[in-house]
Design a protein around this ligand. Structure first.
Ligand code: XMP
Length: 321
């Protein structure tokens, strides 16, 4: 059955919240549910919605997959503690890294992350907590792109004919599935999330692995993580929809600390978009790009080339993997 889209301009956030809270209560009944908070807009909104519906009967986890941005796990835990939501950190770094070892193909990497999340980490959390439901922040754009065969988004199942109950042993509730990012932000604001959370730029489920071309290794994660800090600092004032650093697989000749270096290349992308379905490269001021390039080559060891992505989506996609 096709999902009925609720466009942001038509969305009555208060009414939406009341309906979803009632639905979640009814479905979960007296039982327990769990959810994974990544700190992104979608999972933050689901966390608040779920806690409003279930209170302490929703257990919220932050899965440390080793692919998150600098300082992210603790920041998220602290931010939600201030909102009265207890978030438990789950260390699954080794599981994700070993699942990704040796994989180069983008869809194989996405599949490895999906399987590790759902079949391994969540399945264990469900067993230990005795929850029967997983609440998650799938949005309509995730479904569209997966069904169209463009990109297998990490969190889409039913639309691919996969029954999570059968495949993983628990049911998945997706209260945001009729919305796109702009609608989710409206709901986040109405739920009382702070602006730095509901306005946060999107970050994909596969995290930094979506920004590493080729095999994901600890060394490459560290490199892209460092470049991400700089990109997010320098582009924060652009007001763009999303910005990111991407690590290319090809190396190029450069000079680093006075010596020839067959070095790394970082691509910076900065997108203007409303709902991520289409996007255009933002017209970032040259001075900003120049400073960005300078900082990346100075602060990220081994990087000798920085480029700015200027192709629109489509045919590009926003992430590279
Ligand atoms: P693409 O790269 O498909 O990205 O143009 C569109 C938007 O979706 C985000 N994205 C994801 N979000 N799981 C998610 O929750 C995923 O697997 C995933 N892949 C991409 C991306 O960051 C952009 O905002």
């Amino acid at each position: 059955m096709a999902i009925q889209e609720i466009r942001a301009c038509r969305l009555d956030a208060e009414q939406f919240i009341a309906e979803k809270v009632a639905e979640i209560r009814q479905t979960v009944g007296e039982g327990l549910a769990i959810n994974a908070l990544s700190g992104g807009v979608d999972s933050s909104v689901v966390t608040m919605l779920g806690h409003r519906a279930l209170g302490e009967r929703l257990k919220t986890y932050f899965v440390e997959n080793g692919l998150m941005r600098e300082g992210e796990p603790q920041q998220i835990v602290d931010c939600f503690a201030a909102l009265g939501v207890r978030v438990e950190l789950v260390d699954a770094k080794d599981k994700f890294l070993s699942a990704l070892r040796g994989l180069k193909d983008p869809e194989e990497k996405r599949e490895a992350i999906t399987q590790t999340f759902y079949k391994d980490v969540f399945a264990q959390l469900v067993r230990e907590s005795e929850a029967r439901f997983l609440l998650q922040g799938t949005i309509l754009t995730d479904v569209d792109e997966t069904v169209a065969g463009i990109k297998r988004q990490h969190n889409v199942f039913a639309q691919l004919g996969i029954d999570p109950q059968e495949a993983f042993g628990y049911a998945i509730l997706e209260p945001l599935i009729q919305l796109r990012k702009d609608g989710v932000r409206k709901v986040g604001e109405a739920l009382g999330l702070p602006p730095e959370v509901f306005r946060r730029i999107p970050f994909p489920g596969p995290a930094l692995a979506a920004r590493i071309i080729g095999e994901v290794t600890p060394e490459k994660i560290e490199l892209v993580r460092r470049a991400t800090v700089i990109v997010e600092q320098e582009l924060a004032d652009t007001g763009a929809f999303q910005y990111m650093a991407i690590l290319h697989e090809d190396r190029v000749t450069g000079v680093w600390q006075g010596r020839r270096e067959f070095g790394r290349q970082i691509e910076v992308r900065c997108w203007d978009s409303v709902d991520a379905r289409t996007a255009t490269p933002a017209r970032v001021e040259w001075e900003v790009l120049e400073r960005l390039g300078q900082r990346i080559v100075e602060e990220v060891p081994g990087v000798v080339s920085v480029t700015y992505g200027i192709a629109p989506k489509p045919p590009s996609t926003m992430e590279v993997v």
